[in-house]
Design a protein around this ligand. Structure first.
Ligand code: 5GP
Length: 222
């Protein structure tokens, strides 16, 4: 008689002894690290704020506040949107290995604290980081199980329109950000997921679906 399931073809002696609790160890206990990037103006803040404000936001999903040396925008609050540091304060923290990664973007430093995501993940929470692409690739090299999600505009013309309508940046700043966006789009291929931000509610639903799907991912032996 031929074996009709994969299980029947594995010699019993090659199988690990069954754990006392057959459900144990299938899903990781540690939380996941989601890294969201995308060109300036694509709507990362709007999409993430809508996700976290939604009653359907997956419980145990936390946002990691990062640090920057750029000046706060009028609507930004220190400790809620960023930790705002002077260049000296930031450089001291680079020296003391405060950061998991840091990058220069448009002439300013940006950096992700090392301890916060690690501690939250140890406690089983999932952490979301919103950082630019170089930082995301550094995180991936240091934290190989990080899940990289690229938020893309529906078209290049739409990205230009969104950046210009933001009105917090002058035209030369908009042009600089568009130039950076062009090189960022080229790195999207190295990400795990691409989410198009056409309608915010669709992008939020897709992000949520990715989080929920990743929570169902079975942990395999290394
Ligand atoms: P903005 O000045 O528009 O707030 O941010 C500029 C870029 O820096 C955005 O792409 C934002 O996601 C990114 N960014 C924010 N925090 C960090 C960080 O800690 N590390 C890195 N590498 N990029 C960050």
């Amino acid at each position: 008689m031929t074996a009709n399931t994969a299980l029947e073809t594995i010699p019993v002696e090659a199988m690990a002894p069954p754990p006392a609790d057959p459900m144990a160890g299938l899903l990781p206990k540690r939380g996941r690290l989601f890294v969201v990037s995308g060109p300036s103006g694509v709507g990362k803040d709007a999409v993430l704020s809508a996700l976290f404000a939604s009653v359907e936001c997956p419980p145990g999903l936390l946002r990691c506040i990062t640090a920057t040396t750029r000046a706060p925008r009028p609507t930004e609050i220190p400790g809620r949107d960023y930790f705002f540091f002077s260049r000296e304060e930031f450089e001291e923290r680079i020296q003391s290995e405060f950061f998991l990664e840091h990058a220069t973007y448009n002439g300013n430093y940006y950096g992700t604290p090392h301890d916060y995501p690690e501690q939250r993940r140890d406690e089983g929470d999932d952490v979301v980081l919103k950082i630019e692409v170089q930082g995301a690739l550094t995180v991936k090299s240091r934290v190989p199980d990080a899940i990289l999600i690229f938020l893309a505009p529906p078209s290049w013309e739409e990205l230009e329109r969104r950046l210009r309508s933001r009105a917090t940046d002058d035209e030369s700043e908009v042009c600089r950000r568009l130039e950076i966006a062009r090189s960022e789009m080229a790195i999207a291929r190295r990400y795990d997921y691409l989410v198009t931000n056409d309608l915010i509610e669709d992008a939020v639903a897709t992000l949520r679906a990715i989080v929920l799907a990743e929570r169902c991912r079975i942990e395999h032996e290394p």
